[in-house]
Each structure stands twice: as C-alpha cells, then as structure tokens.
Ligand binder design. Sequence first.
Ligand SMILES: [Zn+2]
Length: 482
Amino acid sequence: MPSGFPTYDVMNPVGEDDRWEQFDEFHEFLEDRFERIYEELFVTKVNEYGLVMHWQGSDDSLPPILLAAHQDVVPVNVDTINEWEEEPFSGHYDGTWIWGRGSCDDKGPLIALMTVMEELLEAGFTPRRTIVLASGFDEEVGGKRGALQISQYLQSEYGQDSFAMVIDEGSGFLNMALEGDNTIIALPGTAEKGRTDIRVEISTPGGHSSFPPKHTSIGILSAAVVAVESAQHTPELLRDGTPFATYQCIAEHFPNVPDSLRRLVKEANEDDEALDELKRILLELYPVENSALLGTTQAVTLIGGGIKVNVLPESASAIVSHRIGQHSSVTEIREHLTGVLRPIAADFDLTFDAFGVEVSTGSSGHLSIGTAFNTALEPSPKTPTDSSSPYEIFSGTVKAVLEGSKVHPSKDVVVSPMLVLVNTDTRHYWSLTKHIFRYSHFDQADYYNGIHTVNEAVRAEAVIEHIRFLTTLILNWDEATI
Ligand SMILES: [Zn+2]
C-alpha cells in the first residue's frame, strides 16, 4: 500500500532537509499520472519544486491565463493521528469522501486542475489563449521559495501585468437552503487584507529574585500588552471597500435580509448618515466577523520570558499579530503601536526603540518594537469588478456552472466580491495582473471537517463539480477576447 506523499511545508532551504524528498516522490507520481501534460506541454521547475506548465495558445494577441494551486500541506499533528478515521495520507475513497491531508487544501484542487488539463489534451482541445499552471510548494509558510520565485520567473518570461487573470485557492460558495431560501452565494476573494506581526520586547537588568525592583521585564510587558489591547483599531465602512460591495450584493439578492436593513444598505450608497448607521448596526449584529472585515485586527498570540524561578527575567517579549484593514497600511500600524507604547516607556523609565529608531530615552531598561518573522504585507490591490472586466467572465462562469449543476438543483445564484482575511500565494502575483480571483468551487458542506485539522476530507462529488467549473472557466476564457 502506498502511504501517499506528506509534502509538508518545510522551513529549511530546498535540499537541506530530508523532508524535501517527499516532493521528489510527489513529482514522480504526477509525471506518471499525467503523461500527456508532461509529454505535450512545456513543463519547467522553478527552484527545484515549483511547477510551471505552459500550454501554448494559437493566438499570441490574447494574454495568457494563470491557474494556481500549491503542493505543500500543513503537518498532521502526531498527537491526533488516532482521531483520524482514515490514514491521513491514504487518499482513501469511501464512496462519498476522499480522505487525507491536502484533500481540501490544496493538493485536491491541484490534482483537479491537472485532471482538467490532461482531459482537455485527451479530447484534442487546442487553446487559442495560452494557459499556464503554476504550483508553489511553501504556501503555508509564506510562499517565498515557491510562488515568489515562480512569479519572478513568470515576469521574466511573460512580462509584468501580462496575464488576463489569475485564479488560486480561496473561498467558495454557500448554499443557503438550510436557512430556508433558495439562494446560493459564491464569494470569490477579490482582495486580501494586509498583515504584519510585531514583536514587543522589554529588557531590564537581571539579578536574584530575592531583591527585585518593583517591576520585572514580565510585569512591564504585561502593562504593554494591556495598553495594546486597550487601544483597538477602529473599523471603517468605506464605499470603495470590498466589504461594502459584499453587503450591497447580499442586501439586493437575499430574501432573508429584513426590509429595513435592505433599505439602509441602499441609502448608504449616497447618504453618509446611513453609512454610519449601517456600520453601527453591522458591528452590533456580528461584532467579531464585521470587525475583521472592516478593520485592522490585532491579537497577542505569543509570549515568552523568564528562565528560572529565582532569576529576574532580563527580557520578555510578545508578538502582536495584525491583519490590516483595506483602508490602512503597515506604516499606520507601526505608528499606532509606537504611539500606544510611548507612555509605557515613559512610565517605566525605559529607552524606547521603534522599528530601528530611538523614540525616547530612559535609564531603567529598554522597550523595543520591530517586525517579527519578516511579515509586512500591505493590503492587496482590489480586483476590478466592473461590467467590462474579467470579473464578468469569472462570475458568469460560476453562475452558469452552479445553475447547470445536478448537485445543486433549483436555486438563484449570486456572485459577490469578498475580502479575504488571510493571505494566499497570490500575494506574490500582484505584478502579473490586476485580475486575481481567490476561489475554490466548493460549498462548506463539501468539507468533512474543514482544513488544517484532523479528518480533512472532501466530497468526491464536489471534486467533480470543481472539475466542471475549471473546465468551463478555461473554455469560456478561450472564447473571450479581453
Ligand atoms: Zn492552501
């Protein structure tokens, strides 16, 4: 019995870790399984494991399309192996579900994509428009060795802004049948929030704990964390923001939205008071969800300090993880945090360094803040959604595939732009096109237990639907002239 390919996200450079061999084996499997692709298309490897497959079209005046899916998966926690109903790398099909780590995120979609290309080759399809498949191999840890280098390769081969569109993993659609209405809403990610992790570090002199100062590094860090949490970022509802477009769409098409709210959303298009009132109501109705959509969020996610019970801690640090709202920027977050912590530095008489600049001086120790883990990513550009843009081809395809689906009978399909709260490999593809769609053609109910957890499994029938969607997308793009 083959045990599958645990293509875990590896932190060490390519080649400097045994776990990279899993990718060699996975590539051998792909070559074996997708013979036509490897024989008939131009397949190249970028930085060893990045895959780029070029399918030449007959009309060079049409910009190519880029279809992406990543090969790496998050590890299976060894403590939870017994909770898996099937072996996590078995790929077992039980008649309903296909089991295994990566079945939903993102090797299942990669296999679906390659199946579509293999089958189109088999059927004798010859594209007018060039089709490129790109597959990174470290999306789960930032994509710097995979998608980033693939993007640099694509820029050198095809040029900047050279693709008609990119489609990569993302949100899917929601079938509202359970809510008692007939609507399916598909939510392609047309923008992503930004991100930055910031380390807050306190250093004070060490010593024996039997004659301590009033506040140790840990105590001061605690005061800093309290200050950070007391100064939340204010959510903003902006008319040109992606969430506003989502609310407009939901209000217009969902039968279950109360009439008064529907009216308010419409009025908010022009009336500033209605816009403020709408924001207030949305934050009251779903505070966590709407704060995340409309604003910058911050969460203190890591903390460390102290080495021994009778030793004063010379340092203590915490990480504040930020997801940056569409209206904000990395610089604004840095300035905000600097302002929030300046009084702490003064209260505890500390020298304060913020992002390499000395802000103030003190004599009892140091407070410093700086970017952690090299994460500083601005909010993404917004994919245009106007009626003459590639969004029309994309949303038209989603609608047509769902309306023609036997799996989802009798329904009204609505496609709405959405802001994605996390980042995908597309963060590295901004310079290839303005038209980026983060979308996987799945319903939440098509996942047995979600992604990144035990019992990752995908409904086999849904994989076929996803294949139908990708095939239609390729064919529709081949007929389009933009
Ligand atoms: Zn993924």
